[in-house]
Design a binder for this molecule. Sequence first.
Ligand code: PMP
Ligand code: GLU
Length: 401
Amino acid sequence: MSSDKVLSQSILNLQESATLKMSQMARDLRAQGHDIISLSIGEPDFDTPKFIIEAAKEALDEGYTHYTPVPGLIELREAICRKLKRDTNLTYTPNQVVVSNGAKQTIYNLCQVLLNPGDEVILFTPYWVSYEAIIKLAGGVIVKLIADVNTDYKVSAQQVEEAITDKTKFILYSSPSNPTGSLYTQDELASLAAVVAKHDHVYVISDEIYEHIVFSGVHHSIAQNPNIFDRTIIVNGMSKGYAMTGWRLGYMAGPEFIAKACAKMQGQVTSGATSFGQKAASIALDKDPIEVTSRMVQTFIERRDLVLSELSKIEGLQISVPQGAFYIFPDCSSYYGKRYGAYTISNSDDLAEALLKEAHVAIVSGSAFGAPNCFRISYAASKEQLIEACKRLQRFFEELK
Ligand code: PMP
Ligand code: GLU
């Protein structure tokens, strides 16, 4: 029997994660002996700070080897509440917090507990790849609000106002943004909040996983607007700011009934996140985040500036200067219709394939982020790799005819 007859319709309909797929393709080609530079995956290339690793080892020795409460260890949920108070002056109780296996699972839980088939989700576009797949798995209908390079990839409050319908369940975005690096200002968030405040059936999911990786401006949370605090869910995690991708730790903070529903969900699916990792995360979150992240942020700024300066030599790319995260998202549409050897570049998927096969640089096609005119570069790579990758990109675009 063909596998299509065995597998469920929902897995057959599910798109594979474009970021993970590209990074696997890069790994495979490298294993075959090709000199590939991968700027595809969004993962800090730093190791987890030593004191966090030590805390996990101590937790193992202390016996943190059992199931934890489903929503997370109480010491971690308390540390998350302290962190939210310290960094954003927001007051939560541990009953409003659920720890999961990565922010990705947090978003999955939220979509599963909030969406009925046909409910609409407003996605600020470009958006992070997995939002789309996770919403569709829950039967949600995606309403894309498109922003382009001319507005630094930020949507306006008016666009949100025009998109809200009776079926809108929530708005979802990340700031600083993956894939664009844009950062919404306090005023912009207040304008968005003012619109949401008028529609009391609409919630906001604010993905703040890059909050510590900010180069100019200040990270604010839309939850800081009292008019929609009760309808905002903050998503965050340890992966980016603390270089803890492999630990798989994320969390939500929001209304207690939603936290309870997320815990019910994961109680049937994972039973919660890893015990000793949670203990280490509680210690990480109590440290001054600037102390933990400043070296990493400084390195990211230098790399961002290096890549921006090199890419500016490629005339046909339109680029907005990212204010956070570790991505650059050039608009490459002026090259569409041109050829490189056997390749005709009609869209960003063609571009990603030709760049990988011909220039040996792995990037991610913008179409995966809802922005087919663009491509994403992750500059979480060494300076030497970035310089070489930019040279290859320059040569590639010069030869596009
Ligand atoms: N949100 C955004 C915007 C991301 O870029 C990522 C990427 N890892 C995640 C959520 C998920 O992070 P994790 O599951 O590693 O906590
Ligand atoms: N969030 C990162 C990225 O966008 C990691 C990969 C993933 O989880 O999709 O590349």
